[in-house]
Design a protein around this ligand. Structure first.
Ligand code: FAD
Length: 389
């Protein structure tokens, strides 16, 4: 019997148009040829050549790809999701690079920025010659960013920023940081060129997850910015939360990419590994595991596509994004761990992608809203009662 992929099992291709399939195939090719061969080394070394990668990803139109104008590709949201799926099939760190650049930093400028801010930053960020980061989380305020201590005070017409941000993807290498700070008039966003005096960044070391990604702390000590550095159209937490909804949308697809890569690896392994004189994949226990995982991967991709189509119609709601993120990341991490069992001892090494994906997905489960926060969002939608505090 010929063995088929989960995509074939669910005939997922019939749900995509030609352009979407082309984008998917282009990103998959880039991954196989240029990125996949290096992933184990980057993960082991705990770094990634983000600057060079950003230029390659930018050349393919993947940075800010669903935004219109300013050098961005302007694709559908579904096409952007499919690109995220292929990127995360490589490594969650590569998808994070694209999510933070496009959906967090560029989206903040695109949605809330002045015309001058957009002209100054977006074209360079779209081509990958400028790297952006997004500073919302602080060491003591993650799920509850409203408690943030970073403050922006007026001094004449200038703003002076003090505080620190933690866990900021690409913080140590960024050219520009979107920093959210308390002001006398709610939380506001600031466009901070990282060569501004008083701005510095430290790299977070000893991570066991998302190692092929650069994570840092931003420190702001009397960072003086002109009045025009504030994002004029974002006032209050709805600004940064709007950006997070964008990035979460990409994760709904992305997590399924990591899961697919694990299942492909486990299926391949099960066909060649012999135990007790027979291929592992010919045993019922192995097939039961593979069948159950295939169902979750297929259902998760169907959910992602459904939410993508809603987003393209402008009808996607926040609690639906929470449902997609919670389900798909939770199932992806279960799949990655189950695949690891199929690979036995080999599964714990970087020769195979499964434990790398499982470890990465620990971060994905926590960032962009933890699983518990998404349960609370869905619980609130179902009951009408907020249980956040
Ligand atoms: P906490 O908020 O302290 O949560 C701890 C636990 O408490 C969790 O289980 C949580 O679900 C639970 N909890 C919280 N509130 C409630 C409640 N009301 N009821 C029940 N349980 C609750 N942030 C950025 O701003 N920019 C970035 O680029 C960025 N990149 C990141 C990259 C990585 C690798 C990681 C790991 C994180 C990144 N983050 C970034 C931060 C991320 O968004 C936060 O870690 C996340 O919001 C959770 O915050 P916390 O870690 O402070 O956990």
């Amino acid at each position: 019997h010929r063995s088929q992929s989960v995509d074939e099992l669910f005939s997922l291709d019939t749900l995509l148009d030609t352009e979407e399939k082309e984008i998917r195939d282009t990103v998959r090719k880039l991954g196989n040829e240029r990125i996949r061969p290096h992933l184990a080394d980057w993960f082991e070394e705990g770094t990634v050549p983000a600057r060079e990668l950003a230029k390659e990803l930018g050349a393919l139109g993947l940075l800010g790809m669903h935004l219109e104008g300013y050098g961005c590709a302007g694709t559908s949201a579904t096409a952007y999701g499919l690109a995220c799926l292929e990127l995360e099939a490589m490594d969650s760190g590569i998808r994070s690079l694209v999510s933070v650049q496009g959906s967090l930093a560029m989206f903040a400028l695109w949605k809330y920025g002045s015309e001058e801010q957009k002209q100054q930053w977006l074209p360079g960020m779209a081509e990958g010659s400028l790297i952006g980061c997004f500073g919302l989380t602080e060491a003591d305020f993650g799920s509850n960013p409203g408690g943030m201590r970073t403050r922006a005070k007026k001094d004449g017409t200038d703003w002076v920023l003090n505080g620190s941000k933690m866990w900021i993807t690409n913080g140590p290498i960024a050219d520009v940081a979107i920093v959210w700070a308390q002001t006398d008039d709610k939380v506001r966003g600031f466009v901070v060129p990282t060569d501004t005096p008083g701005f510095s960044a430290n790299t977070v070391k000893k991570k066991l997850s998302l190692r092929a990604s650069i994570t840092g702390e931003l420190v702001l000590e009397d960072v003086r910015l002109p009045a025009e550095a504030m994002l004029p159209e974002a006032r209050g937490l709805s600004g940064p939360l709007g950006c997070l909804t964008e990035a979460r949308f990409g994760i709904i697809f992305g997590a399924m990419g990591a899961a697919r890569d694990c299942i492909e690896s486990a299926v391949e392994y099960s066909k060649t590994r012999e135990v007790f004189d027979k291929p592992l994949g010919a045993y019922q226990l192995t097939q039961a595991k593979l069948a159950n995982m295939a169902l979750e991967l297929g259902k998760g991709q169907l959910l992602a596509l459904h939410l993508g189509r809603l987003k393209d119609k402008g009808e996607l709601r926040g609690e639906q994004v929470s449902a997609g993120k919670l389900n798909n990341v939770r199932e992806a991490i279960k799949i990655a761990r189950e695949c690891r069992t199929i690979l036995g001892a080999n599964g714990i090494t970087l020769e195979y992608p499964v434990l790398r994906h499982a470890n990465n997905l620990e971060s994905v489960l926590t960032y962009e809203g933890t699983s518990e926060v998404h349960q609370l969002v869905i619980g609130q939608a179902l009951t009408g009662s907020s249980a956040f505090r």
